[in-house]
Design a protein around this ligand. Structure first.
Ligand SMILES: Cc1cc2nc3c(=O)[nH]c(=O)nc-3n(C[C@H](O)[C@H](O)[C@H](O)COP(=O)(O)O)c2cc1C
Length: 194
């Protein structure tokens, strides 16, 4: 395979186009974020990188809280809208017809239509250049009951989540493996020759 080498750039995929909710106590807002991920397991920590020019930036900085709402494919148009228009001019909940629901640990609302949300409390703000990284503890996870099996196990594949890759949106599709399946030993079938 022959490769061309470009100068360093912010190019990774797929990324989750999440809808981050935040509040200043009076007004609530939604900002779409792709620069996000998990950075630690115990304690559970995440980050979002936000340009200081965003209306949401001060809301998150001053409140020290935000929620990451995972975007299912049917809501991708809303996610795109929340990533184009600013909350300083429009009420994105109203424009997108999204429903606010109370979080358990933070003041910012969650988006009822999103199947899973992470309630986050900011621990550090790291200026990186164009963006500042809000490093945060995940203080609660809100899961739609429809994603839980009888055994209480989370079936995230049922959520039909959207992905963002180099400016385009996709819906997660075919399952191609499980965690650890590459090293899993096959079960011996003792009844095979009986
Ligand atoms: C798919 C997508 C991903 C985005 N990711 C980020 C991001 O990671 N960080 C950021 O600061 N802005 C990001 N944006 C841009 C903001 O969402 C956009 O500027 C938004 O209008 C800001 O809203 P606000 O002014 O109400 O805070 C993204 C936009 C889209 C459509």
């Amino acid at each position: 395979m022959s490769k061309v080498v470009w100068k360093g750039g912010a190019l990774s995929a797929p990324l989750p186009p999440v809808m981050v909710t935040c509040s200043d106590g009076e007004k609530d807002n939604i900002i779409t974020i792709a620069w996000t991920g998990i950075v630690n397991t115990v304690p559970p920590k995440t980050y979002i990188s936000v340009r200081p020019s965003r209306h949401s930036y001060d809301m998150i900085k001053n409140s020290g809280e935000f929620a990451i709402n995972l975007t299912p494919a049917p809501l991708i148009k809303s996610a795109d809208y929340c990533g184009i228009y600013t909350g300083s001019k429009v009420d994105k909940f109203e424009k997108c017809g999204l429903t606010k629901t109370a979080a358990s640990q933070i003041g910012a609302p969650l988006i009822e239509e999103c199947p899973l949300a992470l309630e986050c409390r900011v621990t550090d703000i790291i200026p990186l250049g164009s963006h500042h990284m809000f490093l945060a503890d995940i203080v609660a996870v809100d899961v739609d009951e429809s994603l839980l099996g009888g055994d209480g196990k989370l079936h995230l594949e049922k959520a039909g989540l959207a992905a963002f890759a180099h400016g385009e949106y996709f819906e997660l599709g075919k399952k191609i493996g499980n965690f650890g399946f590459s090293v899993k030993k096959k079960k011996k079938n003792y009844n095979k020759n009986k």
